[in-house]
Design a protein around this ligand. Sequence first.
Ligand code: SAH
Length: 215
Amino acid sequence: MRMDPRRQRERMVAEQLVRRGITDERVLSVMGGLPRHLFVEEALASRAYSDCPLPIGQGQTISQPYVVALMTQTLHVQPGAKVLEIGTGSGYQAAVLAGLGADVYTVERMPALCAHARERLIGMNIYSIHVKQDDGTLGWPSAAPFDRIIVTAGGPEVPAPLVDQLGEGGRMVLPVGAERRSQCLTLVEKMPGGEVRRSEICPVAFVDLVGVHGW
Ligand code: SAH
């Protein structure tokens, strides 16, 4: 018999997140409450809480829960923060950010994924997420500056427009790697005054960031 989703989520939080060092109670609480099984195809719903990425169509994947938690925790999202996400995919990461009280702007290059994510979020009564179909490596200039930026696909460099659109005191988390499917999760901080600092967090493997400032 399949375990009920609430129990599966409790196990996911305890075994995949807390055990590996995710300590932000707000992130744990939001991920413990969000029905991840509604962000994957029905045929994969029984694997929605397992410790791996899952296909979401168009050759793309929803990230492993631990990676979502780590990136979200690293961003330090406060309620009311304006957050830009590049790579909407299923909409799961955007929904986690919205659950933390952020005003989310998310960009997806593939029209089918974009439309599906928009429908899914509305169907879940989540209205604090703006979804746009575009090349996210160009950012979302008309909505800038952003307090936080998260990129959920891997490119060869930090896209310059995203650095420009990050506000002072802002944080950006993204995978960066000179080779495809193998990146270093990177934190970019813009200090008050505008100085940009970059630090490396850990190795990760994301699908390609495809665009003017991507592959
Ligand atoms: N955050 C998603 C997972 C993203 S998978 C989730 O929670 O489900 C990476 C996504 O980035 C894919 O959907 C891919 O189409 C998208 N992507 C790749 N390059 C992009 C670009 N330049 N702009 C916007 N989206 C892009």
